[in-house]
Design a binder for this molecule. Sequence first.
Ligand code: 5GP
Length: 183
Amino acid sequence: MLIGPGGVGKGTIARKLVERDGHLWLSRSWTTRPRRSTEDGSEYHFVERTQFESAIDEDQFLEWAEFHGNLYGTPTPQAPEDSDVLLEIEVQGAEQILQKTPDAVVILILAPSMADLEERLRSRGDQEDHVAMRLSSTPRELAKGRELASYVVVNDELERASGEIISILEGLRLRRRNPPEKD
Ligand code: 5GP
């Protein structure tokens, strides 16, 4: 799971990771949030609230959460056998996944600075009040994120940050193939 405050670049990193690692499968979330003018529609399965609520009733989500008034959810993954599932989600969802799958791995993505985060939030076309609302929840998201995460990666430069995550994944896969012996 990639977690971190809105605007930190998790989505871009996630897409870069699947491009660089053929054994990663990126989940496509559902959301009731309206599409941004900067989005092409591939980012989410954009749905009405009633449609989302029906899917909840039909138990179609691995996790779901409400974030700033919109619903976001991960449909039950349908990844190929030899793939690892990659989720890009907020902290409430990550908590639910860890309860169900304690060996899931959480990587917290940070911006190089608060000024940088603010700049990135503005550049994606959100209105000023949305930017302020998103920034207001950042300290809480970071505190919770630090509790849940096993790794912290600073998104200073896309190639470098995604390379660091690939190294983390390689280490985890190695350990999965050769688990440390218990005494
Ligand atoms: P945004 O509206 O900026 O695209 O996303 C808002 C937050 O929701 C981000 O932190 C994003 O990672 C998170 N998010 C995206 N998809 C999901 C999901 O399926 N479940 C949960 N819990 N959070 C999600």
